[in-house]
Design a protein around this ligand. Structure first.
Ligand code: ADP
Ligand code: MG
Length: 690
């Protein structure tokens, strides 16, 4: 096979050393071309150098030690678990590697083998021990002290670390020298940034920790700077071209709106509303993100903003992520506005063509002032007569992209985006750099934190007794279950959990079950019954995750809690933090009593902001910002928390740059400009820049 000429578009399959079988395995990861392999950055690195001497280890500090296998022993513990111990003799002492319930590992070791163990050393009497260390098996002639600093990649089923490593290696050999630099020479020098060619090599196969950090720093800086430039170009274009109807809320209108609300507003709600009122009084569109923990009272702010638009003679739209939530908002607004002239329209699935057409006609004629629905149904082709305000609720998976397309309508409304999954400030800065931000920190007074427990195996009975006591007191409860069917093996399913509870611990109560596969009307009927107190317990999947508000429901059991993400757990728990009575939540974890970082964090804190930070640390932020929309952004974002100063620096540099050269017309910036446009043109509509 001829060596193809160097190109980023070369299929990996054609490179020596990759081969068809390996290329197939990489496809599910989206790695097909040389470019794909290069931008699939390692998630982490492992030091397999074996460089640490056994007599100089520090407990709890990651280490890699080389040695020769002296003994392999397999036994069963008192708790019936299998336990494998591999003793390695090395420089300055010995180390035991220990594996539980992984009997197959035993076959991999034999006395006399040279290996490197990498992991956390801990003292075990006079010896050292590592639990489940990573192992590098060395060829007999191999120099185990030779630098081996290996990348660890994200994988999907089927692909191996070595597949991705080899692909990256082959891709670098093929095209490492044709990568084009985006930054002018002087910029690199002034900012002390590694060149693209060196950085690409170092990010995959670092020569040292320092060069790896320098390579990552360059990519993070580049990513942030370009995102900032793109967002600011977008914003400038938006503000330059588009005007919005100024909505002036005078004292009379303010009084009228407040008179509609069932309670007086909290200081934080008042402050946010003041910020919104100042924004929308201007003839340019508001673009504001409202963050506030679950139950902090964002809905009423949205209602205020919408009524402000209506009071000024315009229409308002409210988009919810789920139909259940859209219907709940509809009910809330109908109740608030009963006896008013304002008409509220609901746009959801399951309406007939004729119903939808009639609704659209009322909207076009301006008879309906407030339109509520799911995002799919409200955005797009709804012919508003005069849309003044758009509220997007519970957007915790909101990429840059979706936000931009929202504004492509014929009219230019003010936009309020609300999220209950608080985003750490550094991340919010990077991702929502073009949005103004408001925050509700303090919820309504008298709100009590949810008492949260981890329910270990063997404690279920007493937990259910606790649950029943609350129900007997007249409270309602949720039992949350991860999966709808058996596709995720071993996890509780709604149907089987329902059966078990209805014939067991919750026999004496009125139960129903609700999950995503039910017809909307059925789901709705059950929710209505629950809200009306005709049911005691709702057994459900995470359909109740966002926004559902039933104040009398104060107890929750989450089954197989470890299969939910931390932010999701917090969202779920938010359902029982609605009223003045303290909510109670039990997280049931069947998998032994081992510590579980996510569940432990969940039990220990009810501060959504703190939990969001930890969620980032434990999982990476992909879920939150919508990794799909943001491309590889999640990778860099994972590091942002550790680099707040870099975020600030990139923002500053982007602003300086655009202040000097708003259209990036300097020929030295041609490459930078091209990369920004290629990357963001479509999603941010930057086509007309320059
Ligand atoms: P979220 O921010 O999660 O959307 P909601 O807007 O649903 O929270 O509010 C949570 C609960 O708090 C609701 O039951 C709501 O009626 C109540 N609430 C909101 N604001 C106030 C307030 N100022 N005083 C009393 N209760 C309030
Ligand atoms: Mg809400």
């Amino acid at each position: 096979m001829d060596q193809p000429s160097p190109s980023l578009m070369t299929p990996l399959e054609r490179l020596p050393g990759v081969g068809t079988a390996r290329a197939r395995r990489l496809e599910p990861l989206g790695i097909v071309t040389v470019r794909d392999a290069l931008v699939h950055f390692p998630r982490d690195y492992r030091d397999f150098s074996g460089a640490h001497a056994l007599d100089a280890l520090v407990e709890g500090e990651h280490a890699s030690v080389a040695g020769t296998v002296a003994d392999v022993r397999q036994r069963t513990t008192a708790h019936g678990r299998s336990m494998l111990t591999v003793l390695v003799e090395g420089q300055g002492g010995s180390m035991r590697g220990v594996w539980f319930n992984m009997p197959f590992m035993a076959k991999k070791f034999a006395a006399g083998m040279k290996v490197v163990f990498a992991g956390m050393p801990k003292r075990a009497g006079r010896a050292w021990e590592m639990t489940h260390p990573e192992v590098r098996f060395c060829a007999s002639g191999e120099d185990t002290t030779q630098g081996e600093f290996l990348p660890i990649y994200d994988l999907t089923d089927g692909a191996r670390q070595s597949d991705v490593r080899l692909a990256a290696q082959a891709a670098l050999a093929h095209a490492g020298d044709i990568l084009e630099e985006s930054f002018p020479e002087e910029w690199l020098a002034a900012k002390n940034l590694m060149s693209i060619r060196e950085a690409m090599r170092e990010v995959h196969f670092p020569t040292s920790v320092d060069t790896m950090e320098a390579a990552k720093r360059r990519f993070i800086y580049q990513e942030l700077l370009m995102l900032q430039v793109a967002l600011r170009l977008h914003r400038a274009r938006q503000q330059g071209r588009k005007a919005a109807a100024p909505l002036v809320v005078d004292a009379r209108l303010d009084g009228r709106i407040r008179a509609r609300l069932p309670f007086s507003l909290t200081p934080d709600q008042d402050a946010v509303i003041a910020e919104i009122a100042a924004d929308i009084a201007k003839p340019e569109p508001m673009n504001r993100l409202l963050q506030g923990d679950v139950g902090s009272g964002k809905t009423v702010v949205a209602v205020y903003a919408m009524l402000a638009a209506v009071g000024c003679g315009h229409q308002a739209a409210l988009m919810a992520p789920t139909e259940l939530l859209a219907r709940q908002h509809f009910t809330t607004l109908e109740t608030l506005l009963s006896g008013q002239r304002a008409n509220v329209e609901l746009l959801v699935g399951g309406q007939t063509q004729a119903q939808r057409r009639a609704a659209l006609e009322r909207i076009a004629a301006g008879e309906s002032q407030i339109v509520i629905g799911t995002q799919a149904l409200v955005s797009g082709a709804v012919p508003f007569k005069s849309l003044g305000m758009v509220v997007i609720d519970e957007q915790h998976r909101f990429g840059v992209v979706q936000r931009a397309t929202l504004q492509e309508g014929q009219t230019e409304p003010h936009v309020l985006v609300m999220t209950a999954t608080p985003i750490p400030r550094t991340i919010a800065h990077a991702v929502y750099g073009d949005l103004d931000q408001s925050t509700i920190r303090q919820g309504p007074a008298g709100r009590q934190p949810v008492r949260t427990y981890r329910v270990l195996p063997g404690q279920e009975d007493s937990w259910w007794e606790h649950f029943r006591v609350k129900l007997r007191e007249g409270r309602q409860g949720y039992v949350v279950v991860p999966a709808v069917d058996d596709s995720k093996r071993g996890l509780a399913t709604v149907a089987s959990a329902f059966e078990e509870l209805a014939n067991g611990p919750l026999e004496a109560f009125r139960l129903s079950l609700v999950h995503g596969r039910l017809k909307t009307a059925e789901k709705q009927a059950i929710m209505d019954d629950f809200r009306a107190g005709k049911l005691d317990v709702l057994v459900c999947t995470s359909v109740i995750e966002v926004g559902i508000d039933v104040p009398n429901a104060t107890v929750m059991t989450i089954l197989d809690a470890e299969s939910f993400g931390l932010s999701q757990l917090h969202q779920l728990r938010g359902r029982v933090a609605r009223g003045a009575v303290a909510g109670i939540c039990g997280a049931v974890t069947p998998a032994g009593d081992a510590p579980h970082p996510r569940i432990d964090a969940f039990v220990a804190s009810t501060d959504g902001f703190a939990l969001a930070e930890q969620d980032f640390a434990l999982r990476g932020p992909g879920e939150l910002v919508g990794a799909k929309q943001s491309g590889k952004l999640d990778l860099y974002l994972a590091d942002l928390i550790k680099h707040p100063d870099l975020v600030a620096e990139a923002r500053r540099d982007a602003l300086d740059l655009l202040a000097r050269d708003p259209a990036l017309a300097d020929p030295a910036l041609a490459r930078l400009r091209k990369v920004v446009l290629d990357r963001w043109e479509e999603s941010l509509g930057l086509g007309h820049v320059g």
